[in-house]
Design a binder for this molecule. Structure first.
Ligand code: TEU
Length: 533
């Protein structure tokens, strides 16, 4: 049996700890707050949680700038809090996945503080140094050159992201061993896997101006995750793969990663994060269908996702977060999470959270957003500037999780949260959703229950029936069972799907029940069991 088959039973819930639940009233989410919410997570039908970085960090990039990989950031709690979270999660058969940031550390990390002191410091070549910038690379946050001057050694160091996030030099065998030891430390703490932050950047080729997937990439990943101790971990790379790369990285027996994210359905026609794109769901439908067919053909584990902490809400960007919010959010969930692969649900998408509208830069925290503001203010009119920022800011999906409509929205008892609340928290929160007849959470629960109970949705063959013009119909077939998934993201239509003898088993529009022909209005989702033909 393919080693990845067991992961088809997993449903992974991504948590941004800073914004999930604050247990101690300091306005910042923490580990104890996550522990308090494990039953909510379990009741959703989830059996694994991915925690965005919880390690010691000065927080210049909200934890993706790590200063101690073996200790917990005090604002999130203590190692005891982590151990308690792991114990309580295991009691509920919930696995723990941590976020391994191996391409860079914080400039506050001991290694870098030593490295920058002198050229002959034993930690100096833990990082990339040059007498002058080796190339014209810029950082990914729009902050300018990716090379920063260091006075003590009269050199420049490389930072693919913020100045406070120097890239580590993976060509140094000591660095590779350090990260093997870090992975092993957390395995010993009971961790079941890692999401690997921009792992494709760890091997670079300056001579050929190559920032990622460099000449030693597979060798280094195999050294990290192909070892006896680490080879059975669940691992997923944030590696922006194409077909060739996902095969090389995640193919059976490669001893590298179990899976890796691609982002074609995220950056559709995008001229950049903050440039509002005009696109239909037609592109999304075709990309989804294509990747399902490709990963089935390649026989690799495909991560099914729409949302994460780096993106505005998918339903706001591509769907409808207004009058058809329930229908659109649940149709997206149906298409993606009954697909072949392992579902990743980002905190809040199961509630149908939506983008916010702020008109003051003080309501934003994300370094990339602030850089965009600094570069744009005064050059474009404020109306356009805030339209762009509200459209693309990563802060959209990082605003405090709204549990109810009271003061603090059930997130914190503090006067002020670390980041201003989502502007619709009074209406879009767990408590109000569960009271709705059209509850996104309840639909997610039914959807994930169906996935768990019907083997075809986990192990079945994917067969495309139709995917164009914002309409998709696909089959999941396993043993002698056949299920049809239909989602209509475009205009109302009547189609002949050719399956006359079928039973509706899940839908986000009960009106479908009374329709004899295959008629679907926009955002209808319907799942059928095909009866004997
Ligand atoms: O994200 C890398 C990444 O793809 C985005 O940061 C993107 O490059 C950027 O937003 C430009 O649009 C990972 C983490 O998910 C992200 O939260 C971190 O900020 C980043 O790496 C650095 O660790």
């Amino acid at each position: 049996m393919k080693e990845f088959i067991k992961y088809l039973d997993w449903v992974i819930y991504q948590i941004y700890p800073k914004s999930f639940c604050d247990s101690d009233g300091d306005g910042i989410g923490d580990l104890a707050g996550i522990t308090e919410k494990l039953d909510y997570i379990k009741d959703l039908g989830v059996n694994a949680i991915w925690l965005c970085p919880i390690f010691k960090s000065p927080q210049c990039d909200n934890g993706y700038d790590i200063s101690d990989y073996r200790d917990i950031e005090p604002v999130f709690g203590t190692m005891r809090d982590f151990e308690n979270l792991v114990a309580n999660a295991k009691k509920r058969d919930i696995k723990i996945i941590l976020d391994l940031v191996a391409n860079h550390t914080s400039s506050e990390h001991f290694w870098f503080k030593e490295a920058r002191k002198s050229k002959d410091n034993p930690y100096h070549d833990y990082y990339y140094w040059a007498k002058k910038p080796l190339n014209d690379w810029t950082d990914q946050f729009g902050g300018g050159s990716a090379w920063e001057y260091n006075e003590q050694t009269d050199e420049y160091y490389l930072h693919s992201f913020a100045v406070g996030q120097p890239d580590v030099n993976w060509d140094n065998p000591k660095v590779r061993q350090e990260f093997c030891d870090i992975v092993d430390f957390w395995i010993d703490k009971g961790v079941d896997g890692f999401r690997c932050d921009v792992l494709h950047l760890i091997s670079k080729d300056f001579k050929n101006d190559l920032k990622w997937f460099g000449p030693h990439f597979h060798e280094y990943v195999n050294q990290l995750f192909g070892r006896e101790k680490s080879k059975n971990l669940f691992t997923v790379g944030e590696c922006y793969v194409d077909e060739k790369q996902i095969t090389e990285l995640c193919g059976e027996g490669r001893g590298e990663l179990k899976s890796s994210f691609q982002f074609d359905h995220i950056f559709i026609g995008s001229k950049g994060r903050f440039a509002p794109i005009v696109t239909s769901m037609n592109e999304v439908v075709k990309i989804f269908d294509n990747w399902e067919k490709v990963t089935q053909k390649l026989d690799v584990l495909y991560p099914l996702f729409t949302d994460n902490h780096d993106q505005p809400w998918y339903n706001s960007k591509f769907g409808n977060d207004g009058v058809k919010r329930f229908e659109s959010a649940t149709a997206l969930a149906t298409m993606f999470f009954l697909g072949r692969g392992v579902p990743f649900i980002y905190q809040g998408q199961e509630v149908g959270f939506a983008n916010s509208e702020y008109g003051d830069i003080s309501a934003f925290d994300d370094i990339e957003t602030l850089n965009f503001y600094k570069a744009s203010v005064g050059k474009i009119d404020d109306k356009t500037l805030y339209k762009d920022i509200n459209f693309g800011s990563r802060d959209n999906s990082r605003r405090p999780f709204a549990w109810n409509g009271e003061q603090g929205f059930g997130f914190t008892s503090a006067e002020k949260p670390w980041l201003p609340y989502a502007t619709r928290s009074d209406r879009l929160n767990v408590e109000s959703d569960l009271k709705n007849e059209k509850s996104v959470i309840k639909y997610y629960r039914d959807l994930l229950k169906l996935r768990k109970e019907v083997a075809a949705f986990r192990y079945g063959q994917y067969k495309s029936i139709y995917s164009d013009d914002g309409f998709i119909a696909y089959l999941r077939e396993y043993d002698d069972e056949k299920y049809l998934v239909v989602c209509n993201f475009a205009g109302d239509r009547e189609v002949d799907l050719g399956f006359k003898n079928k039973k509706l088993i899940l839908t986000n529009n009960n009106a479908i029940l009374s329709i004899k022909k295959d008629r679907f209005v926009q955002y209808d989702a319907a799942v059928y069991k095909i009866l004997d033909e």
